[in-house]
Design a protein around this ligand. Sequence first.
Ligand SMILES: C[S@@+](CC[C@H](N)C(=O)[O-])C[C@H]1O[C@@H](n2cnc3c(N)ncnc32)[C@H](O)[C@@H]1O
Length: 209
Amino acid sequence: MEHGFWHKRWANTEIGFHQKETNDWLQKYWSLLGAKAAEVLVPLCGKSKDMLWLREQGHEVLGVELSDIACRDFFTEMGGEVAATAGPKFHTRELDGIKLHCGDFFKLDADDVARVGAVYDRAALIALPASMRKDYAAHLKSILPSGMRVMLICLEYDQQRESPPFCVSEIEVRKLYEPDFTVELIDAAELPDGRFEGEREKVYFLTRQ
Ligand SMILES: C[S@@+](CC[C@H](N)C(=O)[O-])C[C@H]1O[C@@H](n2cnc3c(N)ncnc32)[C@H](O)[C@@H]1O
């Protein structure tokens, strides 16, 4: 989506994607991913509470998020006002092992993720329209070294929609990531109280070859 779309959503607090609690899939499967006790990259992180949970598991966290409102509110809600430091690509805030780069995910390069040991994608890939999903997967491929593990949570449903969250099927996940990553389906569940017909979530582990 255009950057303006997301800035408007945050300015108007239209953030239905934001979860008040830690994601259930994350809590259930993160330990199985076998992530090293290193930094976890959270692309398109919003102000997700999942980052706090990852920090509690001993990881440092590197989030990347377009919206300054989201980055500011994340730390305010954590209980701290954190001033942003301006860099050439991002405005960065950091507190207690959580660093949020405010700016465009596509500006992230291999040096920025040199300390990253795993990636957590919830509502990042599915936030992007089809052409951007290709760019997103290609960009991850270009910056992540061999052996990197990714936990990916995708949404599927039976309708056609032209705004996020987008339906991203298992076929598409495999098309986007294989053969540069191996793709393992870990779990799937219908969401009976979902907003769309046939709404279901799937959890994948990806490994960069
Ligand atoms: C659907 S939300 C998901 C947020 C978070 N992952 C969560 O689970 O709450 C997608 C987020 O991606 C951010 N975003 C969209 N395009 C981006 C980009 N190119 N670079 C960085 N962040 C982006 C939006 O501002 C929005 O906060």
